[in-house]
Design a protein around this ligand. Structure first.
Ligand code: SF4
Ligand code: SF4
Length: 486
């Protein structure tokens, strides 16, 4: 199959050797699980349990609300002991509403609705079950998967792209999943193909994962419409835009979706979750997590119940051989900086990485020498140095004019910058600031609209009162005239 090259990109050291050959192990169940109600893009889920409730594994804890949202389920059986704010796995260190479960150690599943033949179900039923299972993009984007499965109603979908790129350094959770559970992944892919009415599935795997490629090819060989495509290892191959361009030669225009081009992209972990939800009726309550970085004594791939604290995961991996200089959720290029390790594993946690000082190589930023390396590295064809200069001055509109909203925050520009300018951090800050301003404006607009509606209602009431008074007066006058005649 012909492949197309995307512009820019970099080749960071992969650091995948430490965990790439390690089979997935089960993380032991912890006494307490901290299950945030927002583990996805969109509105937080609304609690359906109260403190003191007994819950079974897989039981609904909180339901989705709104079009873009996802429910959350109990990762094990036990008692709800609190519904409170707990630190989110986010650099802000802010709290997010969280259900705290004291586990009973029995790990008892609720009754699950198994389906012998999901291909007898129609598309709406499949996406409804995927939505009810709380499945979101497990590559880290955490966009509710059911919403993507419904896009065929708006755009004809020809190709389902399955992202097995895993181009982020250190991460090997998708690699191991493909090596160990290929038949289940292929089944999930075929179910999604059926739901999307799509013609073909292309499973893209970087050429640095030969065992996963082999296992997936064997699992896919019976199905003519499912093809494994080996793509070059080049960061950010795993990013949706770059992967679609590599496979189809099509560039997703700014502000558009891949669905506009007839393509939907899902991660291999998402395909596995769809298989579990449809075949076993099991909602998403655990995920595969790579535990790595030079500070960790025993790097591993673990299947971790959601809500397990990162500190417990690090302890299970032998703790730190060296004090970590940086804790990350996800990889070092696009991952989130963690404020500390007392935060829970969530649906988007592909890895938890503890980097040593040597790995972090903290360098003091120096002035831009206008070498242009960041421009050459940018896979989106942007001018990072110009965007950064404007973001730094607070000229956010100027940064937007230079394409800030097209930036996929891949960090390639920061990676190559010889002056060690934290370019991507400027962009994240600027986007956060713009989002806050948008929210503020939206709130102000809503308040203004409410005030206008209230004013209109009061005016209507005043008018109605005046009309009633005039009516009553006219009736009184008519009555007195009648009495005078009599
Ligand atoms: S790579 Fe760094 S030093 Fe070179 S132009 Fe970009 S911002 Fe300036
Ligand atoms: S972080 Fe943004 S600006 Fe920098 S290389 Fe990636 S897409 Fe380009």
């Amino acid at each position: 199959m012909k492949l197309f090259r995307f512009r820019g990109g970099v080749h960071p050291e992969s650091h995948k050797q430490a965990t790439g050959s390690k089979a997935i192990e089960a993380m032991p169940l912890q006494k307490r699980l901290y299950v945030p109600l927002q583990q996805h893009i969109g509105a937080p889920a609304e609690p359906q349990v109260r403190i003191g409730d007994q819950v079974l594994k897989g039981q609904l804890l909180a339901n989705s609300q709104g079009a873009i949202s996802a429910p959350v389920h109990a990762p094990s059986s036990g008692t709800v002991i609190d519904i409170t704010e707990h630190t989110a796995p986010h650099p802000s260190g802010l709290g997010v509403r969280t259900v705290v479960i004291e586990t009973d150690g029995e790990d008892r599943w609720q009754d699950c609705q198994k389906t012998i033949n999901p291909f007898e179900l129609d598309a709406d039923e499949i996406s409804a079950r995927v939505g009810a299972a709380g499945i979101v993009g497990l590559g880290g984007a955490t966009f509710p998967s059911a919403v993507k499965l419904n896009l065929w109603k708006k755009h004809p979908i020809y190709t389902l792209v399955i992202n097995g790129g895993e181009c982020e350094p250190y991460l090997t959770c998708d690699d191991r999943l493909m090596q160990e559970r290929p038949d289940e992944i292929i089944d999930g892919i075929r179910i999604m193909l059926h739901a999307l009415h799509a013609k073909q599935a292309l499973i893209a795997i970087e050429d640095n994962k030969p065992d996963a490629i082999e296992r997936m090819k064997v699992a896919a060989h019976l199905f003519d419409n499912v093809t494994v495509v080996v793509v070059p290892s080049r960061y950010p191959m795993g990013s949706e835009k770059q992967m679609v361009q590599t496979l189809t030669g099509l560039e997703i225009p700014a502000g558009k979706l891949s669905a506009d081009l007839g393509v939907i992209v899902h991660n291999v972990g998402t395909a596995y979750a769809v298989h579990s939800a449809l075949r076993q009726g099991r909602p998403l309550v655990s995920r595969i997590v790579t535990v790595g970085g030079g500070a960790i004594n025993t790097p591993r791939n673990l299947e971790v119940p959601l809500g397990t604290l990162v500190s417990a995961v690090f302890d299970y991996c032998g703790g730190f051989g060296e004090s970590p200089a940086r804790l990350l959720m996800g990889g070092p290029m696009m991952g989130q900086l963690l404020p500390h390790a007392e935060v829970p594993i969530v649906k988007g946690s592909s890895g938890v990485i503890a980097l040593t000082e040597a790995e972090v190589a903290i360098n003091r930023p120096r002035p831009c020498i206008r070498c242009g390396s960041c421009i050459n590295a940018c896979p989106c064809g942007l001018l990072p140095l110009e965007m950064a200069a404007r973001s730094r001055k607070g000229d956010l509109q100027g940064a937007v004019d230079y394409g800030l909203m097209d930036c996929i925050a891949c960090g390639s520009c920061s990676y190559v910058c010889p002056s060690h300018i934290p370019l991507v951090q400027y962009f994240s800050y600027a986007k956060g600031e713009l989002a806050a301003r948008r929210r503020h404006k939206q709130k102000a607009d809503e308040t203004r609209k409410l005030a206008e509606v209230r004013m209109q209602r009061m005016e209507q009431e005043e008018r109605a009162k005046a009309e009633a008074a005039a009516r009553r007066k006219a009736e009184r006058e008519a009555k007195s005239k009648q009495e005078a005649v009599v």
